[in-house]
Ligand binder design. Structure first.
Ligand SMILES: Nc1ncnc2c1ncn2[C@@H]1O[C@H](COP(=O)(O)OP(=O)(O)OP(=O)(O)O)[C@@H](O)[C@H]1O
Length: 252
Protein backbone atom coordinates (compact mmCIF):
# COMPACT_ATOMS: atom_id res chain seq x y z
CA UNK A 1 0.00 0.00 0.00
CA UNK A 2 1.44 3.45 -0.87
CA UNK A 3 2.50 5.51 2.16
CA UNK A 4 0.50 8.62 3.11
CA UNK A 5 3.52 10.11 4.87
CA UNK A 6 4.69 13.64 3.96
CA UNK A 7 8.29 12.46 4.13
CA UNK A 8 9.56 8.89 4.02
CA UNK A 9 13.11 7.70 4.54
CA UNK A 10 13.28 4.07 3.47
CA UNK A 11 16.17 1.72 4.26
CA UNK A 12 18.64 4.57 3.80
CA UNK A 13 22.33 3.73 4.01
CA UNK A 14 25.46 5.76 3.34
CA UNK A 15 28.91 4.33 3.23
CA UNK A 16 32.22 6.06 2.52
CA UNK A 17 35.05 3.65 1.78
CA UNK A 18 34.64 1.04 4.48
CA UNK A 19 32.94 3.40 6.93
CA UNK A 20 29.21 2.95 7.50
CA UNK A 21 27.86 6.43 8.24
CA UNK A 22 24.14 5.51 8.03
CA UNK A 23 22.76 1.96 8.11
CA UNK A 24 19.21 1.05 7.13
CA UNK A 25 17.52 4.19 8.46
CA UNK A 26 13.71 4.17 8.25
CA UNK A 27 11.54 7.13 9.17
CA UNK A 28 8.03 8.27 8.25
CA UNK A 29 6.90 11.79 9.05
CA UNK A 30 3.13 12.22 8.88
CA UNK A 31 1.61 15.32 7.26
CA UNK A 32 1.70 18.17 9.77
CA UNK A 33 3.88 16.26 12.22
CA UNK A 34 7.05 17.67 13.81
CA UNK A 35 9.79 15.14 14.58
CA UNK A 36 13.06 15.94 16.33
CA UNK A 37 16.26 14.06 15.49
CA UNK A 38 18.74 13.88 18.34
CA UNK A 39 21.93 11.92 18.85
CA UNK A 40 25.54 12.38 19.97
CA UNK A 41 28.19 14.07 17.82
CA UNK A 42 28.98 11.97 14.79
CA UNK A 43 25.75 9.94 14.98
CA UNK A 44 24.89 10.84 11.38
CA UNK A 45 22.23 13.56 11.83
CA UNK A 46 23.70 16.00 9.32
CA UNK A 47 24.39 13.17 6.89
CA UNK A 48 20.73 12.13 7.10
CA UNK A 49 19.65 15.72 6.37
CA UNK A 50 22.11 15.90 3.48
CA UNK A 51 20.59 12.73 1.95
CA UNK A 52 17.04 14.06 2.35
CA UNK A 53 17.84 17.46 0.89
CA UNK A 54 19.96 16.07 -1.95
CA UNK A 55 23.42 17.34 -1.03
CA UNK A 56 24.73 13.76 -1.05
CA UNK A 57 23.29 10.63 -2.66
CA UNK A 58 22.72 7.59 -0.44
CA UNK A 59 24.53 4.34 -1.09
CA UNK A 60 21.20 2.50 -0.75
CA UNK A 61 17.57 3.26 0.07
CA UNK A 62 15.06 5.90 -0.93
CA UNK A 63 13.68 9.30 0.05
CA UNK A 64 10.03 10.01 -0.76
CA UNK A 65 8.28 13.37 -0.58
CA UNK A 66 4.51 12.93 -0.36
CA UNK A 67 4.91 9.43 -1.80
CA UNK A 68 7.06 10.56 -4.76
CA UNK A 69 10.56 9.15 -4.99
CA UNK A 70 13.00 12.10 -4.93
CA UNK A 71 16.15 10.09 -4.14
CA UNK A 72 17.85 11.07 -7.36
CA UNK A 73 16.33 14.53 -7.85
CA UNK A 74 18.71 17.52 -7.72
CA UNK A 75 18.37 20.01 -4.84
CA UNK A 76 16.43 22.64 -6.83
CA UNK A 77 13.79 20.09 -7.95
CA UNK A 78 13.31 18.95 -4.37
CA UNK A 79 12.80 22.58 -3.37
CA UNK A 80 10.28 23.01 -6.17
CA UNK A 81 8.49 19.86 -5.01
CA UNK A 82 8.04 21.48 -1.58
CA UNK A 83 11.12 20.61 0.48
CA UNK A 84 12.64 23.51 2.45
CA UNK A 85 15.76 23.51 4.56
CA UNK A 86 17.58 25.87 6.90
CA UNK A 87 21.30 25.47 7.43
CA UNK A 88 23.54 25.51 10.50
CA UNK A 89 25.46 28.30 8.79
CA UNK A 90 23.18 31.00 7.55
CA UNK A 91 22.42 31.15 3.83
CA UNK A 92 20.95 34.64 3.64
CA UNK A 93 22.00 37.55 1.40
CA UNK A 94 24.00 39.47 4.04
CA UNK A 95 24.22 42.73 2.06
CA UNK A 96 20.47 43.00 1.55
CA UNK A 97 17.97 44.24 4.06
CA UNK A 98 15.91 41.87 6.17
CA UNK A 99 12.77 42.72 4.14
CA UNK A 100 14.57 42.30 0.79
CA UNK A 101 15.69 38.79 1.73
CA UNK A 102 12.09 37.71 2.32
CA UNK A 103 10.69 39.68 -0.62
CA UNK A 104 13.11 38.00 -3.06
CA UNK A 105 12.08 34.56 -1.79
CA UNK A 106 8.37 35.47 -2.09
CA UNK A 107 8.88 36.85 -5.58
CA UNK A 108 10.70 33.74 -6.75
CA UNK A 109 7.94 31.60 -5.36
CA UNK A 110 5.27 33.72 -7.05
CA UNK A 111 6.79 33.85 -10.48
CA UNK A 112 10.36 32.74 -10.67
CA UNK A 113 11.45 36.10 -12.10
CA UNK A 114 13.27 38.59 -9.90
CA UNK A 115 12.73 41.63 -12.12
CA UNK A 116 10.45 44.13 -10.37
CA UNK A 117 10.68 46.35 -13.48
CA UNK A 118 9.08 43.80 -15.75
CA UNK A 119 6.54 42.57 -13.19
CA UNK A 120 5.82 45.51 -10.85
CA UNK A 121 2.53 44.04 -9.54
CA UNK A 122 4.26 40.81 -8.62
CA UNK A 123 6.80 42.94 -6.77
CA UNK A 124 4.01 44.60 -4.76
CA UNK A 125 2.43 41.26 -3.93
CA UNK A 126 5.80 39.87 -2.84
CA UNK A 127 6.41 42.91 -0.62
CA UNK A 128 3.02 42.46 1.06
CA UNK A 129 3.65 38.77 1.64
CA UNK A 130 7.16 39.51 2.94
CA UNK A 131 5.78 42.03 5.45
CA UNK A 132 3.37 39.37 6.73
CA UNK A 133 6.09 36.75 7.17
CA UNK A 134 8.38 39.26 8.93
CA UNK A 135 5.53 40.06 11.29
CA UNK A 136 5.03 36.34 11.99
CA UNK A 137 8.65 35.88 13.05
CA UNK A 138 8.75 39.17 14.95
CA UNK A 139 11.23 41.05 12.74
CA UNK A 140 9.05 43.92 11.52
CA UNK A 141 11.04 46.50 13.50
CA UNK A 142 14.25 45.33 11.81
CA UNK A 143 12.82 45.16 8.26
CA UNK A 144 15.17 47.81 6.85
CA UNK A 145 18.29 46.65 8.71
CA UNK A 146 20.99 44.78 6.77
CA UNK A 147 20.72 41.02 7.31
CA UNK A 148 24.44 40.93 8.14
CA UNK A 149 23.85 42.98 11.30
CA UNK A 150 21.32 40.63 12.88
CA UNK A 151 22.07 38.51 15.95
CA UNK A 152 22.28 34.72 15.41
CA UNK A 153 18.80 34.31 16.84
CA UNK A 154 17.31 36.95 14.52
CA UNK A 155 19.15 35.43 11.52
CA UNK A 156 17.43 32.13 12.27
CA UNK A 157 14.08 33.91 12.46
CA UNK A 158 14.83 35.56 9.13
CA UNK A 159 15.70 32.17 7.62
CA UNK A 160 12.32 30.91 8.78
CA UNK A 161 10.57 33.91 7.19
CA UNK A 162 12.46 33.19 3.94
CA UNK A 163 11.37 29.55 4.12
CA UNK A 164 7.74 30.51 4.72
CA UNK A 165 7.86 32.77 1.66
CA UNK A 166 8.69 29.68 -0.39
CA UNK A 167 5.68 27.87 1.07
CA UNK A 168 7.34 24.46 1.60
CA UNK A 169 5.31 21.38 2.55
CA UNK A 170 8.16 19.76 4.45
CA UNK A 171 10.74 21.77 6.39
CA UNK A 172 14.13 20.51 7.56
CA UNK A 173 15.49 22.60 10.42
CA UNK A 174 19.21 21.98 10.86
CA UNK A 175 20.23 22.87 14.42
CA UNK A 176 18.18 26.07 14.60
CA UNK A 177 19.57 26.92 18.06
CA UNK A 178 23.25 26.57 17.08
CA UNK A 179 25.14 29.74 17.99
CA UNK A 180 21.99 31.40 19.36
CA UNK A 181 22.40 33.27 22.69
CA UNK A 182 20.75 31.45 25.57
CA UNK A 183 18.39 34.36 26.19
CA UNK A 184 17.13 34.17 22.59
CA UNK A 185 16.36 30.42 22.64
CA UNK A 186 12.78 30.68 24.07
CA UNK A 187 11.79 33.35 21.52
CA UNK A 188 13.13 31.33 18.61
CA UNK A 189 11.43 28.17 19.92
CA UNK A 190 8.14 30.07 20.00
CA UNK A 191 8.62 31.19 16.37
CA UNK A 192 9.14 27.55 15.35
CA UNK A 193 6.11 26.45 17.36
CA UNK A 194 3.90 29.10 15.69
CA UNK A 195 5.27 28.31 12.22
CA UNK A 196 4.37 24.66 12.68
CA UNK A 197 0.95 25.41 14.16
CA UNK A 198 -0.17 28.16 11.78
CA UNK A 199 1.21 26.77 8.52
CA UNK A 200 0.49 23.13 9.32
CA UNK A 201 3.80 22.23 7.72
CA UNK A 202 5.64 18.99 8.32
CA UNK A 203 8.90 19.54 10.18
CA UNK A 204 11.98 17.41 10.76
CA UNK A 205 14.43 19.12 13.13
CA UNK A 206 17.96 18.22 14.16
CA UNK A 207 18.81 19.94 17.42
CA UNK A 208 21.33 19.47 20.22
CA UNK A 209 19.24 21.39 22.80
CA UNK A 210 17.21 18.46 24.08
CA UNK A 211 14.91 20.68 26.15
CA UNK A 212 13.97 22.59 23.01
CA UNK A 213 13.29 19.38 21.08
CA UNK A 214 11.22 17.83 23.86
CA UNK A 215 9.14 20.98 24.22
CA UNK A 216 8.36 21.31 20.52
CA UNK A 217 8.01 17.97 18.79
CA UNK A 218 5.44 15.20 18.70
CA UNK A 219 8.01 12.42 18.27
CA UNK A 220 11.75 12.10 18.73
CA UNK A 221 14.09 9.93 16.68
CA UNK A 222 17.34 9.00 18.39
CA UNK A 223 20.17 8.39 15.98
CA UNK A 224 23.14 6.43 17.30
CA UNK A 225 26.12 5.28 15.25
CA UNK A 226 24.17 5.71 12.02
CA UNK A 227 21.04 3.81 13.01
CA UNK A 228 17.71 4.79 14.58
CA UNK A 229 17.96 3.59 18.16
CA UNK A 230 14.47 4.73 19.19
CA UNK A 231 11.52 6.64 17.74
CA UNK A 232 8.74 7.64 20.11
CA UNK A 233 6.97 10.44 21.95
CA UNK A 234 9.24 12.67 24.08
CA UNK A 235 8.23 11.16 27.45
CA UNK A 236 8.81 7.61 26.25
CA UNK A 237 12.18 8.58 24.76
CA UNK A 238 13.37 10.13 28.02
CA UNK A 239 12.26 7.02 29.94
CA UNK A 240 13.88 4.58 27.51
CA UNK A 241 16.86 2.88 29.23
CA UNK A 242 18.48 2.14 25.87
CA UNK A 243 18.44 5.85 25.02
CA UNK A 244 19.70 6.80 28.46
CA UNK A 245 22.69 4.51 28.36
CA UNK A 246 23.59 4.83 24.69
CA UNK A 247 22.96 8.51 24.17
CA UNK A 248 22.62 10.37 27.41
CA UNK A 249 25.09 8.23 29.35
CA UNK A 250 23.04 8.32 32.56
CA UNK A 251 19.44 8.55 33.71
CA UNK A 252 17.96 12.03 33.22
N1 LIG B 1 31.49 12.47 3.17
C1 LIG B 1 32.02 11.91 4.26
N2 LIG B 1 33.18 11.26 4.20
C2 LIG B 1 33.69 10.66 5.29
N3 LIG B 1 33.13 10.68 6.50
C3 LIG B 1 31.98 11.34 6.63
C4 LIG B 1 31.35 11.98 5.52
N4 LIG B 1 30.20 12.57 5.95
C5 LIG B 1 30.13 12.28 7.27
N5 LIG B 1 31.19 11.55 7.67
C6 LIG B 1 31.41 11.03 9.04
O1 LIG B 1 30.18 10.43 9.42
C7 LIG B 1 29.93 10.63 10.80
C8 LIG B 1 28.58 11.30 10.98
O2 LIG B 1 28.71 12.69 10.67
P1 LIG B 1 27.51 13.72 10.82
O3 LIG B 1 28.07 15.08 10.58
O4 LIG B 1 26.38 13.29 9.98
O5 LIG B 1 27.13 13.55 12.35
P2 LIG B 1 26.20 14.46 13.25
O6 LIG B 1 25.32 13.54 14.00
O7 LIG B 1 25.52 15.50 12.43
O8 LIG B 1 27.25 15.14 14.22
P3 LIG B 1 27.21 16.59 14.91
O9 LIG B 1 26.18 16.49 15.99
O10 LIG B 1 28.60 16.72 15.46
O11 LIG B 1 26.88 17.61 13.86
C9 LIG B 1 31.10 11.43 11.34
O12 LIG B 1 32.01 10.51 11.92
C10 LIG B 1 31.69 12.08 10.10
O13 LIG B 1 33.06 12.32 10.25
Amino acid sequence: MPSSAALTVESLSFQVGGAKILTDVNLEVAPGEMIGVIGPNGAGKTTLFNMISGIHAPTAGRVLLGGTDITHEPIHRRAKAGLGRTFQTSNLFPGLSVAENVRLAAQRHLGGNLSVWRFPRRGDQASTLAAGYLDEVGLTDLAEAPASGLSHGDKRKLEIAVLLAMDPKVILLDEPMAGVARADVPGLSEVIRRMHRDHKCTVLMVEHHIDVVLGLVERVAVLHQGTILALDQPDAIMADPLVQSAYLGAPV
